[in-house]
Write a protein that binds this ligand. Structure first.
Ligand SMILES: *Cc1c(COP(=O)(O)O)cnc(C)c1O
Length: 564
């Protein structure tokens, strides 16, 4: 089964989370979905890659929400045996002076076209392991610092060793975010010069060689968001892995900073949007941070009715999404409108099934769904309820929201509760639904079935954001703060609208701008000038989807990061 994959040298893509399919709940949000789209496009383009992630047997978590908006979490367990094959190879690493065995499951990702991509899910739930170690690969982003560092050791160190044990020949390692940066330390050890070849005091480590082998994509535009570990903890869990002096020169003096380590050991480094690369360059002066703006997978994120339309008018769009630039000329108004209305009815049916809210297909629907956390400001739309009511008085509005808050993100959980108070308070005038347990399938329904996709992050915290790109594939214009990809994607009145201006970072100003856009630009166009609205739906596909797709992204990684 592996023969097909191990003959040709491959790019090893490491990611802590990975969203492959709805039933495999090993992702928490945008990072994992991006990793999934990366591999789906790599499969379609037949790029020789192999992915490594953790099996996360208990998933991220299953979200239930009570009537007051209180989130409770339960395990979201899945059975790897149902989807993948357990490999015979296993490797050992030492964690806290105990041997921990790491095995792997092989999943074969079938591209939409012809390609196939091997994915290894690392697993420590093996009979030979101590009971405590069997749970290391259980919960994605669960547990404390110690648990996290153990997971990152399994991912980085275990992953590199297992690829070798299986027989893969790796020509480059791509770290998707800093979680896997220990892989570079493992490579430093692997390629160290033997002691007898060294002069006294000379370092055995071949940093340039490791840098040639590694590339790193950073996703976090704030220092505080980077994974870092206390050296005390590092010494406990991975004693004598590498000498202190070398480690600190690579990973930082104060604590082990995974981002620093990845930056120092990668020849190619990039941010996930042009603005994010600028922010990263000012955060890490002295590093050459390139920009490869994210994209989403064309086929996976387009609803069925629009897929059919694109197939008819622009055959080949799944392989060459650039062809979608013809949408504004080739697709008729009634056709795209009817395709959209079909997606909208499907969403409204689902909202009716999942909640008691009945939405009206004739009413402009705003969608907002993503990880619930403070910087995303899901409550910005509700900062002035009187103003919102006045706007909805003139032109009807309805709203659908969804999203999970990390179990330890108290602020995020309070936001979900707050949104539920708005749902109750506005129920007499603005129908609003909050769908529990946001996942890939729900995202697919939402981005296609709403009329406007909203994003209101606090600048500069949104490195890229990708859900607005998914909406674009479905002809749904984007209303967003100018951050992340939207700095590049926004053409005012053509692909969507900007909230606020790119300079200020003040919530009051952003809220006023959001209300102004709704009141003066969006609602009047939707209700009074349907032709102009449909023209905008088409230009959204033509101009945003043709560019912000993961095929373009992977062609760029291939030509700029992988082949140097
Ligand atoms: C696309 C996606 C995200 C990321 O959304 P952003 O708006 O980019 O933060 C998160 N969760 C799921 C399930 C998604 O499909």
């Amino acid at each position: 089964m592996l023969d097909e994959f191990i003959h040709e040298p491959r790019i090893a893509y490491f990611s802590m989370e990975l969203a492959l399919r709805n039933e495999i709940c090993t992702y928490s949000g945008g990072l994992g979905v991006l990793a999934g789209d990366t591999l789906r496009s790599a499969a379609d383009l037949e790029l020789p890659m192999v992915a490594v992630t953790l099996v996360s047997r208990k998933g991220y978590f299953h979200q239930s929400i009570d009537a007051t908006g209180h989130q409770s979490e339960s395990a979201d367990a899945w059975d790897p045996a149902q989807w993948m094959t357990f490999l015979s190879a296993k490797v050992a690493l030492t964690i806290e002076s105990r041997t921990v065995w790491v095995g792997g499951w092989l999943y074969i990702l079938q591209g939409h076209m012809n390609g196939r991509q091997p994915i290894i899910f690392l697993d420590t739930d093996l009979d030979e392991n101590h009971p405590d170690d069997r749970t290391i690969t259980d919960r994605l982003y669960g547990g404390d610092e110690r648990y996290r560092l153990k997971q990152e050791m399994v991912l980085g160190i275990g992953g590199v060793r297992l690829l070798q044990a299986i027989g893969f020949s790796v020509r480059l390692y791509h770290m998707n975010e800093g979680h896997s940066a220990l892989l570079a330390l493992e490579l430093l050890r692997r390629y160290a010069y033997p002691a007898q070849d060294l002069r006294a005091g000379e370092s055995p480590y071949d940093v340039p060689r490791v840098r040639e082998l590694c590339c790193f994509t950073t996703h976090t535009p704030v220092e505080a968001g980077h994974d870092r570990f206390d050296y005390q903890l590092v010494r406990t869990l991975m004693p004598a892995f590498i000498d202190d002096h070398t480690l600190k020169s690579i990973a930082g003096e104060e604590n082990l900073n995974m981002t620093r380590m990845a930056l120092n050991l990668s020849e190619y480094v990039n941010g996930v949007a042009k603005r994010h690369a600028e922010v990263s360059r000012s955060m890490f002066p002295g590093y050459n941070v390139h920009a490869v703006t994210n994209g989403v997978h064309p086929f996976v994120w387009t609803c069925e009715s629009l897929q059919k339309l694109f197939d008819t008018h622009m055959p080949g769009w799944c392989h060459e999404p650039e062809l979608l630039m013809r949408t504004d000329c080739c697709v008729s108004d009634p056709d795209i409108w009817e395709a959209h209305m079909q997606a909208k009815r499907e969403l409204i049916d689902e909202v009716g099934r999942a909640t008691s809210v009945r939405l009206d297909p004739g009413v402009l629907t705003i969608g907002f769904a993503r990880r619930m956390t403070a910087y995303k400001r899901p409550d910005l739309l509700f900062s002035d309820l009187r103003r919102l009511r006045a706007i909805a008085q003139r032109h009807a509005v309805q709203i659908v929201m969804a999203g999970k808050a990390h179990p330890r993100d108290e602020g995020g959980k309070r936001l979900i509760e707050k949104l539920h108070t708005y749902i109750r308070e506005l129920a007499d005038q603005i129908p609003m639904a909050y769908l529990p347990d946001y996942d890939l399938n729900m995202a697919r329904l939402l981005v296609a079935g709403v009329d406007v996709w909203l994003n209101t992050p606090l600048r500069p915290f949104e490195a890229s954001g990708t859900s607005g790109m998914k909406a674009a594939f479905n002809g749904v214009p984007h209303l967003s703060v100018l951050d992340g990809w939207w700095v590049e994607g926004c053409i005012e009145g053509v692909t969507g609208w900007a909230v606020g201006n790119s300079a200020d970072t003040d919530s009051t100003g952003d809220a006023a701008s959001l209300y102004d856009k709704l009141e003066t630009a969006i609602l009047p166009r939707y209700y009074r000038d349907r032709d102009a609205w449909i023209a905008m739906m088409k230009s959204t596909v033509s101009k945003s989807a043709s560019y912000f797709n993961s095929h373009r992204m992977m062609r760029r990684y291939a030509t700029e990061a992988y082949i140097r």
